[in-house]
Design a protein around this ligand. Structure first.
Ligand code: NAP
Length: 245
């Protein structure tokens, strides 16, 4: 995938104060974008903005993807400050359930995961779309996972078929569907919507068990955020190319 130049573009990254979102923010800053870090904790956000100052112009906005009032306020603040949005990275995500079988999974934990990983993405995307429509080349990237791939999960004896996180895995399956449906709606507008698989990345989300660094995990999301006008939309990609749904 090739990339386009990104000077003066405005990007919003949700859950940007640490992990993959922080490294996506750093990479977009290094491409000359102005990056707004959407974070639910403002002291953590401010610390991230200060650490990122060496890479470029970062700002923060209060944004809890499970709280509609903060989403609306964030959209209003971005509109007042920048007048538009060029890139939305739906990165904020959680994994809060113990690994177990589907039949033993606590439904309340599944609902918690869906609030952030599924409903939060829909809410933020809907709120930011009016601003993205003012961009000459809007890009939306949803942080998904190969754990959400039904093809991989239904391949007998594959590692994905044995990974027991009913809420998390199916939240990413739902996110893949959301990606396709928004991409279809927005195809004619030029706004591209894609899902990114960062690989297994060492972050707080998985107790730092992953074997990739957050900077490596950020790469595919950055590629999809900077796709040229003839780039793909409605796909699921890792750094090697398309990932099966
Ligand atoms: P992480 O280090 O735990 O970071 C998650 C970020 O999301 C944090 O900034 C967190 O903020 C934020 N967040 C959580 N709930 C939020 C909410 N309600 N509103 C706003 N922000 C919220 O995790 P990560 O590994 O970087 O994960 C980033 C994304 O990549 C997630 O969508 C995850 O599912 C996906 N992903 C990760 C891996 C992996 O191997 N790590 C693999 C595939 C996909 P706080 O600091 O306030 O908690």
């Amino acid at each position: 995938m090739s990339t386009q130049d990104g000077p003066s573009k405005i990007a919003l990254v949700t859950g940007a104060n640490k992990g993959i979102g922080y490294e996506i923010s750093r990479a977009l800053l290094r491409q000359g974008m102005t990056v707004v870090l959407g974070c639910r904790d403002q002291s953590r956000a401010q610390a991230a903005v200060e650490q990122l100052a060496e890479a470029g112009i970062a700002a923060s906005v209060e944004l809890d993807v499970t709280r509609r009032v903060t989403i609306a306020a964030a959209a209003q603040r971005i509109e007042e400050t920048y007048g538009r949005l060029d890139v939305l990275i739906n990165n904020a995500g959680i994994s809060v359930e113990p690994r177990t079988t589907p039949s033993a999974t606590d439904l309340d934990r599944v609902k918690d995961v869906y609030e952030t990983n599924v409903f939060g993405v829909i809410a933020v995307t809907q709120a930011m779309l009016p601003l993205l429509r003012r961009s000459s080349g809007g890009r939306i990237v949803n942080l998904s996972s190969s754990l959400g791939s039904l093809t991989l999960a239904s391949t007998a004896d594959s590692p994905w078929s044995r990974f027991g996180l009913l809420g998390y895995n199916t939240s990413k399956t739902a996110l893949n569907g959301i990606t396709v449906h928004f991409a279809n709606e927005l195809r004619a507008s030029g706004i591209k919507v894609n899902a990114a698989c960062p690989g297994y990345v060492a972050t707080d989300l998985n107790g730092h068990c992953g074997y990739r660094s957050p900077a490596e995990g950020a790469r595919i999301a950055v590629q999809l955020a900077t796709l040229p006008a003839d780039g793909s939309t409605g796909g699921l990609f890792d750094e090697s190319g398309p990932v099966p749904w």
